[in-house]
Design a protein around this ligand. Structure first.
Ligand code: HEM
Length: 210
């Protein structure tokens, strides 16, 4: 990735922190863009729904990007490992904005209506469950938690595969009929889950043989 080699040394284009902050800032641009469109009244007759769906779609895109990091390294040797945490956090920020738009604008913060809607519609229940699982992952995506949790950190973060399954079904069921976009993203998410399950099974078999 963005590495420059000179005089026998390897350095990044930007210092680590700056590079990741730049990725975070660029990653938040789609939200800013649609917020701007909304402020300009350019999101059509149902701007809240368009904004809500846009944020949900970007949450899925970043989730998928974070899940792709390891398979990409194994298959091609390209390592984006140092960006995985930012990608995961971007998925969380988009999911948080998506949920906030639903709570504050779609349902006007009415807790009774919210509860009724979430418990009555299975796709919302699945989205809610996915968000609940995303929370501990986002809260522990920092160096302090990694040090503190040790091996448990890796086990906790395997929850991301549960999030992927829940989000895939949430996405599919958000539409009355199947459409190419939701089916493609759901298939890609499920492929990541399958890939992880297969590599975990292989590792365990290897350990059992040794
Ligand atoms: C409390 C949790 C959640 C709630 C209440 C919620 C709510 C919603 C609602 C109301 C819609 C629009 C459905 C419609 O227009 O009829 C939607 C769609 C969607 N949501 Fe969620 N959601 C939640 C969690 C999530 C999470 C965690 C993700 C991803 C990480 C996500 C991704 C999506 C996607 C991709 C769509 C479809 C977007 C599109 O139309 O392109 N949602 N969700």
């Amino acid at each position: 990735m963005p590495r420059l080699t000179g005089a026998g040394r390897t350095r990044t284009l930007l210092p680590w922190r700056g590079e990741k902050m730049a990725l975070m800032a660029v990653g938040l641009l789609p939200a800013a863009l649609y917020f701007w469109y909304g402020a300009q009244d350019r999101l059509g007759p149902d701007p809240v729904n368009v904004f809500e769906r846009w944020l949900g779609l970007w949450a899925v895109r970043f989730l998928l990007a974070a899940l792709l990091v390891t398979p990409l390294r194994v298959v091609s040797g390209i390592s984006l490992l140092r960006y995985r945490r930012v990608l995961g956090l971007l998925a969380f920020w988009y999911a948080l904005m998506h949920v906030s738009v639903y709570v504050a604008l779609d349902q006007q913060g009415n807790l009774a209506v919210l509860w009724h809607d979430i418990t009555r519609r299975p796709f919302l229940m699945l989205g809610f469950a996915a968000f609940m699982l995303l929370l501990p992952l986002a809260l522990t995506s920092n160096d302090w938690s990694i040090r503190r949790l040790g091996r448990r950190w890796g086990r906790l973060h395997r929850l991301v595969y549960g999030v992927a399954v829940l989000v895939a079904v949430h996405f599919l069921l958000a539409f009355k009929t199947y459409n190419a976009t939701s089916v493609s993203y759901a298939a890609a998410l499920m492929a990541m889950v399958l890939w992880r399950a297969v590599s975990l099974a292989r590792t365990r078999m290897g350990r059992a043989r040794a």
